[in-house]
Design a protein around this ligand. Structure first.
Ligand code: LFR
Length: 480
């Protein structure tokens, strides 16, 4: 059997990894070559990504991966590095949770009303969309000195190969792309004074992205030529590509720091009702649209656990499972939970303010978070079905949250639908499969998904009764 190896660089908000996928016509195996922490740093100017340490992790990972047939890179969306005329990086990329975008959207909307912005880009309102970040940066010396803007995965690809491009799935999160044409929205950029020549030419998943530079080969001990292949460089695009679904009637939830819950569609939904519900139309593989809502996700729990000095997560979840269900819930879609810090207090404050019992113990707070996430999953999927007129009969959960059994079960209960959980390393698998496809090893999206369903361990959760309790909890929140 013909087997090839692909290195998938996958950077998440709290850790990065380099995985090796070995792919044959009937086989798919993923192993971890290297995992490293991603520790954002707060400096006087604000919250920054430590991009050099991430790049060092990538090089270490490629060395650990050994000889591969190609490399692909994905990461979180919206953030970027700026290069000067010599191609040198101007400062550390700003973290999307940085406060610089507070109040910026209102200024943008004074020029282009929010409704018009949605009709043109299909993107959800999130304070961190690149459009708002660039507006916040408008009169900075750094932006004035910039000749080139590279989104995070494109920046790393540039350092590895010397070639610059802008990958389309991630570009769609800038809010400067028209999801119908899948090209830049020049009119919008002109009106907002954003210089699109900062962006390198668009690339599609599967396109070649250059070869590892001689110095990179030397540092990683790899034998050239090693190509870099463009993948769905937005981690969520790669994760959705790795949803092991059969047919069309499925919803997905990509879980990790965020929960991204929604549908894969052929066309964007740009209606006013969709905007009011804050659904986003991000671009996926093969002309698809990722129609989804951003939910705060396990970030809420990660931040509590950090505040509590990192107690054992397994024990905490077992205790949370014993706490009575749905005592109090918070709106896990609410952007007030975006910034780091004081998370347990912010959760209990939200419960108090909405007139619900205030969770006291760590187990109670954890249960409140998981119930709230499951409820937000239910709401997002139901609303997406209605807004896109696309009914579903199964929910696929992929990503790190599949390891959280309580969250998977509660999501099945809340949605009243079976949940299929897995794979956990969906983004890396989607990354690998797009490379494998570009190298002729797998066929279309359907056959990629079939290969995943056959080779990856999946776990099914059936919904357990009490639909009324979830409906009541939702009503409590909507009224509150
Ligand atoms: C998930 C993710 C989300 C995006 C958020 C910020 O890792 O990429 O899709 O909205 O991070 O970039």
């Amino acid at each position: 059997e013909h087997v090839k190896s692909f290195a998938a660089v996958d950077l998440g908000a709290s850790s990065g990894r380099v995985m090796v996928g070995r792919v044959g016509p009937e086989s798919l195996e993923l192993t971890e070559a290297h995992r490293f922490p991603n520790r954002p740093v707060r400096v006087p100017e604000g919250l920054r990504w430590d991009i050099l340490s991430l790049y060092a992790g990538v090089l270490d990972g490629l060395r650990a991966a050994g000889q591969v047939d190609s490399v692909g890179i994905d990461s979180w969306a919206v953030d970027y590095g700026l290069l000067d005329a010599d191609g040198a990086l101007l400062g550390n990329p700003v973290h999307y949770r940085d406060a610089r975008t507070e109040g910026v959207a209102e200024k943008v909307w004074a020029t282009v009303p929010a409704a018009e912005l949605y009709a043109a880009t299909g993107l959800q309102y999130a304070p961190f969309n690149t459009l708002y970040q660039l507006t916040a940066a408008r009169s900075t010396a750094q932006l004035a000195a910039a000749e080139r803007l590279l989104l995070v995965p494109d920046l790393l690809a540039y350092w590895l190969t010397g070639e610059a491009g802008t990958e389309i799935t991630n570009a769609s999160t800038t809010q400067l792309i028209d999801p119908r044409t899948r090209d830049w929205s020049h009119d919008l950029a002109d009106r907002l004074g954003i210089d699109l020549t900062l962006f390198a030419p668009l690339r599609q998943p599967g396109d070649p992205a250059g070869l590892l530079l001689p110095r990179v080969l030397e540092e990683t001990g790899l034998r050239g030529p090693v190509p870099v292949t463009t993948v769905g460089s937005h981690d969520t695009a790669s994760a959705v590509a790795a949803v092991p679904a059969a047919g069309q009637r499925f919803a997905y939830i990509c879980t990790g720091t965020w929960s991204l819950a929604g549908l894969e569609l052929e066309r964007p939904v740009l209606t006013e009702a969709s905007r009011a519900a804050n659904f986003t139309n991000e671009l996926g593989l093969d002309g698809t649209v990722r129609y989804l809502r951003n939910i705060m996700g396990l970030w809420l729990l990660q931040e509590c656990v950090r505040e509590w000095g990192q107690p054992d997560l397994g024990a905490l979840l077992r205790a949370a499972a014993e706490v009575p269900a749905l005592r109090s819930v918070v709106d896990a879609g609410d952007a007030t939970f975006l910034a780091p810090g004081r998370m347990p207090d912010r959760i209990t404050d939200a419960c108090r303010e909405s007139g619900q019992p205030v969770p006291e113990s760590r187990a109670e707070i954890t249960r409140c978070i998981l119930d709230s996430l499951a409820l937000a999953h239910r709401r997002a999927i139901r609303e997406a079905e209605a807004l896109a007129d696309h009914p579903v009969d199964v929910v696929h959960i992929v990503g790190g949250g599949t390891r959280n059994e309580l969250l998977c079960q509660l999501t099945a209960d809340a949605c009243g639908l079976p949940v299929v959980a897995g794979p956990a390393e969906a983004a890396a698998l989607g990354n690998v499969l797009v490379q494998a496809r570009a190298h002729g090893l797998v066929g279309d999206r359907t056959s990629m998904r079939r290969l995943l369903a056959r080779t990856q361990p999946l776990r099914r959760y059936e919904p357990r009764g009490d639909a009324a309790a979830w409906r009541a909890a939702q009503d409590r929140l909507t009224r509150g």
